[in-house]
Ligand binder design. Structure first.
Ligand code: SF4
Length: 248
């Protein structure tokens, strides 16, 4: 259960105020104010270097290429994702990539054979993503995400600014549509993730991501054999928030 302390209530009020103030503004305008004023020196972008990641990486690189870009290397990524990361880093001039990995002792204890994702994907995400993520955010007050309302029914009640534990989380692309995404890639001549053309519209760890058929829910290939729908970096009180795939 989440305890509503005074600090948490204040943070919630701040997020609500920021959401109200920035609603209707462009993603670039929101990011610029967050990076250069509201959370200057205390904000980072968490990026999976997935199919739509290039948009926020491009926007941030144009405002300040030294904003920390936090990449959670779970040791389970597709090699294509790592190559794509390197391409974008070079092409966009990103100058502050912070790669975070799971603790070796935690892997030894909880995932000695590397197959924890089959037995207990929540624990696997906790060890490989949530815990390293919490550590990487220690010096920050705000983190930027690429989450969008239209990506999943479980994201329909998102707001532009939210709180997560002691952090403010900003979702500048909250109202973006697939057309907005395509237009941005074209307009700025950004490279695509190499797996996108092979039927992967949403990409996470290789062992938990399958291609989807044209027209299917873009996230249907993520943890396709279970009701798990979120990647594990969205947490409260140091624990992953687990949401179930909506039943049809
Ligand atoms: S997405 Fe799969 S492999 Fe990656 S951390 Fe989560 S359960 Fe483990």
């Amino acid at each position: 259960m989440i305890v509503e302390t005074n600090a948490r209530l204040e943070l919630k009020a701040k997020a609500a105020d920021l959401s109200e103030r920035h609603t209707g503004r462009s993603a670039q305008a929101v990011l610029k104010e967050v990076i250069t004023t509201t959370f200057e020196g205390r904000v980072g972008l968490v990026s999976s270097f997935g199919t739509e990641a290039a948009i926020l990486l491009h926007m941030v690189s144009r405002i300040d290429p030294y904003v920390p870009i936090i990449f959670l290397d779970t040791w389970k990524h597709f090699p294509e994702t790592l190559e794509y990361r390197d391409t974008l880093v070079r092409q966009l001039g990103l100058s502050n990539i912070q790669t975070v990995t799971p603790r070796p002792d935690a892997l030894k204890a909880d995932d000695p054979d590397g197959l924890l994702h089959q037995r207990n994907p929540d624990l696997c995400c906790h060890v490989r993503k949530s815990v390293p993520m919490l550590k990487s955010l220690r010096s920050l007050s705000c983190w930027i995400t690429g989450r969008k309302r239209q990506q999943a029914a479980t994201r329909s009640d998102m707001t532009l600014f939210e709180i997560q534990d002691r952090w403010i989380k900003v979702n500048p692309l909250i109202d973006w549509t697939p057309e907005d995404v395509d237009n941005y890639f074209t307009e700025h001549d950004l490279p695509r993730h190499p797996l996108q053309a092979q039927g992967y519209p949403s990409i996470g760890c290789a062992v938990c991501t399958k291609p989807v058929a044209p027209g299917d829910d873009p996230r249907a290939g993520r943890w396709a054999d279970s009701d798990k729908t979120e990647c594990g970096i969205h947490f409260e009180n140091g624990k992953m928030v687990r949401t179930s795939r909506p039943k049809n």
